[in-house]
Design a protein around this ligand. Structure first.
Ligand code: ZN
Ligand code: ZN
Length: 257
């Protein structure tokens, strides 16, 4: 059994399923992906996301404002705290820094990231971190002693081994998405090789980043399987070893078992 540690079920195009989420959950189950973490990106979408996943015990939730969201500039800290405090919420994020797509809001992103880290420490919930082209600032904020404690994960990791190593030293996990299956991702597969299996998670980040060989289709949690198969291939392990380890890591990190 496998867990999709990061997906956005509220952003999937459900029109092929007449708007129902059930077939997505069923597709995942058939592929051996029995649980998933649905990650919040905007407070304006929060209530809708929570209503969508409410019927499914196999889906956990994370509350946060994405660094590329317009909401970082005028962060509703009270609204965020209310969402984080929800007993169904197992993590804080996604949060972090994206200087690749949205360098113009870097200051607001840093302030919002700090707020998420403080809430994570206060509520003892791990953080889900999005980081792109912002290695130094991300690590500096994670190193701040007032912010740590509950751990977390650098999701959809695409940065260098040097950054992964520093994040691992700080106690963070590393999650890989379908990007590792892309033909041009040879250097990222080298990072996969080096990250210890007991600190690794797998994810789809659906509906984005569909893995090979399903490029062109909309991504769904069922394709976590292709990510885990790729990790197994790169590390010379069996699929079952990767599935078991990443599921155990997920449960330990989010205190779900
Ligand atoms: Zn992200
Ligand atoms: Zn995401």
């Amino acid at each position: 059994m496998l867990v999709d540690s990061h997906c956005h079920l509220d952003r999937l195009d459900l029109s092929p399923y007449d708007g129902a989420l059930e077939p997505v959950i069923e597709n995942a189950r058939e592929a051996g992906v029995e649980r998933m973490l649905c990650v919040g990106t905007d407070l304006s979408r929060w209530a809708t996301m929570m209503a969508l996943i409410a019927p499914y015990e196999s889906v956990s939730a994370s509350a946060g404002v994405h660094p590329m969201s317009k909401e970082v500039a005028t962060l509703d800290v009270e609204g965020l705290e209310r969402a984080v405090a929800d007993p169904r919420v197992v993590a804080v994020g996604e949060t972090g820094l994206d200087y690749h797509y949205t360098p113009d809001t870097a200051n607001a992103q840093r302030a919002a990231f700090r707020t998420h880290l403080e809430l994570a420490a206060r509520y003892r919930k791990p953080v889900i971190i999005h980081t792109r082209n912002a290695q130094e600032d991300t690590l500096a904020l994670l190193r701040d002693p007032g912010h740590g404690g509950a751990g977390g994960v650098l999701h959809c990791f695409t940065e260098s081994w040097e950054m992964a190593r520093q994040a691992l030293d700080l106690g963070y996990h590393i999650s890989f998405s379908g990007i590792i299956t892309f033909r041009n991702a040879a250097s990222l597969r080298e990072v996969v090789k080096q990250v210890p299996l007991d600190r690794m998670l797998v994810e789809t980040d659906a509906p984005y980043l569909t893995p090979v060989p399903f490029r062109g289709r909309s991504n769904e949690p069922c394709y976590t399987r292709q990510v885990a198969e790729c990790v197994a291939d790169v590390k010379g392990l069996s699929y079952d070893e990767v599935a078991e380890a990443t599921t155990r890591n997920f449960d330990q990190l989010f205190a779900l078992r």
